[in-house]
Design a protein around this ligand. Structure first.
Ligand SMILES: CC(C)(COP(=O)(O)OP(=O)(O)OC[C@H]1O[C@@H](n2cnc3c(N)ncnc32)[C@H](O)[C@@H]1OP(=O)(O)O)[C@@H](O)C(=O)NCCC(=O)NCCS
Length: 181
């Protein structure tokens, strides 16, 4: 995992229902961006009240936000798989930083917090994610945390007549996270 040296100016914390409107604004920006980094469609995004429920505290998932001068400028979520025999895995998703706030360490700080959450959660041994193959900045960032690509899923989704492939990436957490596994 990367050091925190160059990400001190960014403040990252777990989001709560109080952040619903700001979260939804950033999330919809993510889903509308071109070229697409996400397969989800803006029209399928939960409404405000359902979003607030998703942001409630849970042992099995957490949404984090990056703030600059109290403005939410970046988001990420991490969730534990729900099946009893898959609870040792978590899924990292929805990483997005508003374009004018990029290259200031927000993405790095968000991933750092999400991985810390997984490392502190009982029994999580592995974190997986998928990322559109064209999203080179994201892929490089994930690699810097030790994620490795174990496959490519072709034509995961289509947008505007074009098909997009996704890299499948995985990271094994340290073995000292095995307590109570
Ligand atoms: C990927 C993304 C979140 C990075 O956010 P960011 O705040 O700009 O990232 P950081 O400033 O923390 O950059 C950290 C690292 O990312 C990589 N990176 C960031 N921008 C980059 C770029 N334009 N080109 C290449 N690498 C880049 C570098 O490795 C960088 O490390 P360095 O500063 O030591 O060189 C942002 O570009 C984004 O929102 N992209 C669109 C959404 C997306 O692709 N999400 C992934 C979904 S799975």
């Amino acid at each position: 995992m990367k050091s925190l040296q160059d990400i001190r100016s960014v403040s990252v914390c777990a989001l709560t229902p109080a952040d619903t409107e700001a979260y939804r604004f950033v999330r919809l920006s993510a889903l509308r961006e071109q070229p697409p980094a996400f397969g989800s469609l803006p029209e399928d995004e939960p409404n405000l009240s359902d979003t607030a429920v998703r942001l409630e505290e849970s042992d099995d998932r957490c949404f984090f936000g990056a703030f600059q001068n109290e403005q939410l400028v970046g988001i990420i979520r991490i969730s534990r798989y729900s099946a009893p025999n898959e609870k040792h895995r978590a899924y990292l998703a929805g990483l997005y930083v508003l374009p004018s706030f990029r290259c200031h360490g927000c993405g790095k700080a968000l991933i750092h917090e999400a991985l810390s959450w997984a490392a502190n959660a009982t029994g999580i041994k592995r974190v997986n994610l998928t990322v559109v193959t064209q999203q080179e900045a994201a892929i490089r960032l994930y690699q810097s945390f030790g994620f490795r690509t174990y496959g490519t899923e072709p034509e995961t989704f289509s947008r505007g007549g074009q098909f997009y492939d996704e890299c499948l990436m995985t990271l094994a957490l340290n073995s000292d996270n095995d307590r109570n596994a």
